[in-house]
Design a protein around this ligand. Structure first.
Ligand SMILES: Cc1cc2nc3c(=O)[nH]c(=O)nc-3n(C[C@H](O)[C@H](O)[C@H](O)COP(=O)(O)OP(=O)(O)OC[C@H]3O[C@@H](n4cnc5c(N)ncnc54)[C@H](O)[C@@H]3O)c2cc1C
Length: 414
């Protein structure tokens, strides 16, 4: 018989490995469900870097569900791809751009604030995880300490340690066959003062994103964040250097960028010449994993499906993962029910995340696909109408609330 809800009804004790966007989103969603959450983070967060990211409507839907305040995060409306429904004139839900650090701070606040729902999550900084006994929920920290949990979530990003404990072997994100890379930098809008030659940046449509592309596949993209006070720019190119010689994310310079973009018109070169604090990111996709779930452990976000940023969906997919996972684990879920919920989570999420990762890769590397997602009604709807809170609630109500096990769970081994 399918196990009933509420056996051993105490909050689940959850470890989240990695306090990035996915980890904090999972922490908020799980504390809201009444569970006890501990976050183990390798970094000290004393120096955070990052640049702005776009949050498409499907990501916004999750953020709203989590109680995110876009004003605290200083997010800016994005009208670059504004899609209207032909029959209702309605605009797809809010699309914003936000500095990654501002979004991170807002999610951290929601996960840990004393007056929210449930118990505030506890954050352990400078606490790298090393591995886990995935089946039995035993987490091993790099310090050598071990702790037992009802649920371990690997949200430790593209170089995840928890991933090998889940899949049983090391799987890394390889250098892409065409090594795509991005220079990223942020500048305050004041740098434009007294520069009428650069007026075009603010006057020619930066409320959306400014995209200037070359025949060789270079893209220069700029958009605003931080209450329109900061301009975020990224410069996409195929990097012809030996990618094994430097790290995935490394400090770079405007000189390196100018060399790569030297064929651009003087109008654009002048903008690049102002750049400070440039970083260079290799773009990598994680191969499709056999599974994201093992016993009491699962993977979410970049740890499960790191993808190219071409469709601006990496963070949004981590948000969706977190929301669906927590939606399947309401208060009263017993530790003995965790594995079936994790397998339901994988069933709901894996195909979608892998499809978006694949679309992001071909969008970047295959010129025939450039821009197709903006033209295809089917692709837009599949990406942006996805309603993660509803997906989880519908599935939970159909298969778990009424104790009718989904077929794939009945036939599988725990
Ligand atoms: C150039 C670029 C542009 C992008 N633009 C967009 C965009 O417009 N829209 C969008 O949705 N996405 C975008 N993305 C993708 C997005 O940034 C990522 O998908 C997202 O940040 C992943 O979040 P995460 O929490 O899963 O992983 P991460 O952000 O990598 O967080 C992982 C966390 O785990 C910690 N950690 C790592 N190892 C350990 C360990 N052993 N123990 C404990 N902690 C550990 C890390 O310190 C980190 O805090 C972009 C990415 C890039 C590179």
């Amino acid at each position: 018989m399918y196990p009933s809800q509420g056996i051993d009804a105490r909050p689940l004790h959850v470890a989240i490995c990695g306090a990035g966007i996915s980890g904090f989103a999972a922490a908020i969603a799980l504390r809201n469900q009444g569970h006890i959450v501990e976050l183990y983070e390798k970094a000290s967060f004393s120096k955070e870097f990052g640049a702005a990211i776009g949050v498409p409507p499907n990501g916004t839907r999750v953020l709203n569900h989590l109680g995110y305040n876009r004003h605290r995060a200083r997010a800016v409306d994005y009208y670059g791809v504004t899609i209207f429904r032909f029959h209702s004139c309605a605009r797809h839900q809010e699309w914003t751009t936000v500095h990654r650090v501002d979004m991170h701070n807002e999610l951290r606040y929601l996960a840990m604030k004393p007056d929210g729902k449930g118990t505030p999550a506890k954050l352990f900084l400078s606490s790298a995880v090393e591995s886990c006994d995935a089946k039995n929920g035993v987490l091993r920290l790099a310090s050598g300490k071990t702790r037992q949990f009802d649920l371990i979530i690997g949200a430790d990003g593209i170089d995840s340690k928890i991933r090998s404990s889940v899949v049983g072997k090391v799987v890394d994100a390889p250098i892409a066959p065409k090594p795509a890379a991005i220079f990223r930098w942020c500048m305050p809008v004041e740098v434009l003062e007294g520069r009428p030659d650069l007026d075009w940046i603010m006057t020619e449509g930066i409320q959306g994103s400014r995209v200037t592309s070359s025949a060789e596949g270079h893209f220069l993209v700029s958009y605003l964040c931080r209450d329109k006070k900061v301009i975020n720019s990224l410069a996409f190119h195929i990097d012809k250097r030996d990618q094994t010689k430097f790290p995935k994310n490394v400090a770079s310079s405007k000189e390196e960028m100018l060399e790569e973009f030297k064929q651009y018109a003087p109008k654009y070169i002048k903008w690049i010449q102002l750049a400070e604090g440039v970083r260079h990111w290799q773009m990598r996709t994680l191969p499709v994993l056999d599974t994201w779930v093992n016993g009491h452990t699962c993977l979410i976000g970049d740890a499960a499906h790191a993808m190219f940023p071409t469709l601006g969906h990496g963070a949004a997919m981590g948000l969706e993962d977190a929301c669906v996972l927590a939606g399947l684990l309401p208060a009263g879920t017993a530790p003995s029910q965790v594995n079936e919920r994790l397998r339901a989570f994988e069933h709901l999420r894996k195909d979608r995340d892998e499809w978006i990762a694949h679309q992001s890769e071909i969008q970047a590397l295959d010129p025939e696909h450039w821009g197709i997602f903006e033209r295809s009604h089917e692709q837009q709807d599949k990406m942006m109408l996805y309603d993660a809170p509803k997906v989880a609630a519908d599935y939970y109500n159909k298969h778990f609330a009424h104790k009718q096990a989904p077929a794939f769970l009945e036939s599988a081994h725990l």
